[in-house]
Design a binder for this molecule. Structure first.
Ligand SMILES: [Fe+2]
Ligand SMILES: [Fe+2]
Length: 451
């Protein structure tokens, strides 16, 4: 090779080398942008997934699932600080039930107390690791990334713990991603906690209102609470969605609230009311509705006054206060009519006891299509007998025999009616009618008294 040829070759090699470096730089930049893009997609996805969820349990589950996938880990737990009990708790930790421990214990405790981020490649080699949870759950923790979760005021409200990276250990990039997720998640968790508190306050407020009505007449004690329990069971049978179930529960608890306007002379009069008293008594659903309409209710509860005010309407239009017909009455109002009448007929009168169960069912069936919507009578008869006994006797719940309840749970009201009418013994020796009547006629309480 001549000198000139060698120079040319060297120049070409140098140019190739420059190209290589440039290509490498471009490839690295592309990779960086691609990773950044993926990171933003993950964050966007998580924000979208959690931003509409206000139910705390479901929210925690969604967050844990998203974080687990985003960090290519096997498991993720969100530990929340319970300041009153000084504990950390995690409700759903991918397969486990609630975990609770003192807020200073273990890695999560350390992070929640100090605010440090802990990226531990070998958990069992770290003295702060509390192997007790693994022992309880049978899980084997290898590596873990634990991150404090802070609210808008920068106070620690809990910790994220991501376990067992699928390949290798958790990286610096994982820490950054978890940091970003943690900020988004903490805000939504606080919103959900606040929403839960508000719901609890509203719940206890409505339950208190209901009990003030029930307390006025010992004969109907517990009526509103039982109506709410029956309604909930029928709602499950007809697969009513959760938002409607909630409105139905409140409507059930408050359906007779309008009775606050009635005097004791009317409310506690279980004999014959005068014409005037009867008309006052019949005004209570309209008063319930009017009172509830005065409350500024959220959008999800807007139908509550109307539903509560229709529990004495009849599908043939002969009910009150408005004489509405079948489809003019909201479905929840038609459901309430069935359980309200059932509870009135099965309430435990002093001296006389309960009306016979056969008669109660006969009335429900006879009035099906005139007073009651047949669809709801049919749904009600699908109620399981353990639930029926638990609601009928909910004030003596501690005396109910668990074995009896477990056997009764295999039968519905329909099965009981069949048994009562045809007197068959098709239940492998189980005395269905006798067991039910032991509770319906409250024989079990007399047996207890006898000792
Ligand atoms: Fe009523
Ligand atoms: Fe009622």
């Amino acid at each position: 090779m001549t000198v000139r040829e060698r120079n040319n070759a060297e120049q070409l090699a140098a140019r190739d080398c420059d190209n290589c470096t440039e290509t490498r730089i471009i490839t690295d930049e592309l990779k960086h942008y691609q990773e950044e893009h993926e990171r933003l997609c993950v964050l966007l996805n998580i924000t979208r997934e959690i931003s509409t969820e206000l139910q705390l349990d479901r929210l925690l589950f969604v967050i844990m699932d998203e974080v687990k996938n985003a960090l290519h880990a096997d498991r993720c737990s969100v530990f929340l600080l319970d300041e009153e009990k000084n504990e950390l708790w995690s409700k759903v930790a991918h397969g486990e039930s609630e975990i609770r421990f003192a807020s200073h214990l273990g890695i999560a405790g350390h992070v929640a107390t100090t605010g440090e981020i802990l990226n531990i490649p070998d958990a069992y080699a770290d003295s702060r690791f509390n192997p007790e949870i693994d022992r309880q759950t049978g899980y084997k923790t290898q590596n873990m990334l634990t991150f404090p979760m802070r609210n808008r005021l920068n106070e620690i409200i809990g910790a994220f713990q991501v376990l067992n990276k699928k390949e290798g250990s958790f990286t610096r990039d994982d820490e950054e991603l978890l940091n970003a997720i943690s900020t988004i998640a903490a805000t939504q968790i606080e919103n959900a906690q606040l929403y839960e508190q508000l719901q609890n306050t509203l719940n206890s407020f409505i339950e208190t209102l209901a009990s003030t009505i029930d307390a006025r007449d010992p004969l109907t004690a517990g009526h509103s609470k039982r109506i709410a329990l029956y309604s909930n069971e029928v709602a499950k049978i007809i697969h009513l969605n959760e938002p409607r179930k909630k409105v139905l529960r409140f409507a059930a608890l408050l359906h007779d609230y309008g009775k606050v306007s009635l005097s004791d002379a009317i409310l506690k009069n279980h004999k014959k009311l005068t014409e005037k008293q009867y008309s006052q008594m019949r005004s209570h659903p309209a008063i319930t509705r009017a009172i509830l309409e005065k409350i500024q209710l959220s959008k999800e509860l807007k139908d509550l006054p109307f539903i509560a005010g229709t529990h004495h309407e009849k599908v043939d239009g002969t009910g009150y206060p408005e004489g509405l017909k079948l489809e003019q009455i909201p479905a929840e109002g038609r459901l309430l009519a069935v359980v309200d009448a059932f509870d009135a007929m099965t309430s435990n009168r002093y001296y006389t006891g309960r009306m016979s169960f056969e008669k109660v069912i006969r009335i429900l069936e006879q009035d099906s299509g005139t007073h009651f919507d047949p669809a709801f009578v049919k749904a009600f008869k699908k109620l399981r007998l353990d639930k029926l006994v638990e609601i009928l006797e909910n004030e003596s719940a501690e005396w109910l025999d668990k074995t009896d309840l477990s056997k009764l749970s295999q039968y519905t009201i329909d099965d009981l009616i069949f048994e009562l009418r045809f007197d068959t013994t098709r239940n492998n020796g189980f005395k269905l009618v006798d067991t039910f009547k032991k509770y319906y006629q409250q024989e079990y309480l007399k047996q207890k008294e006898r000792g």
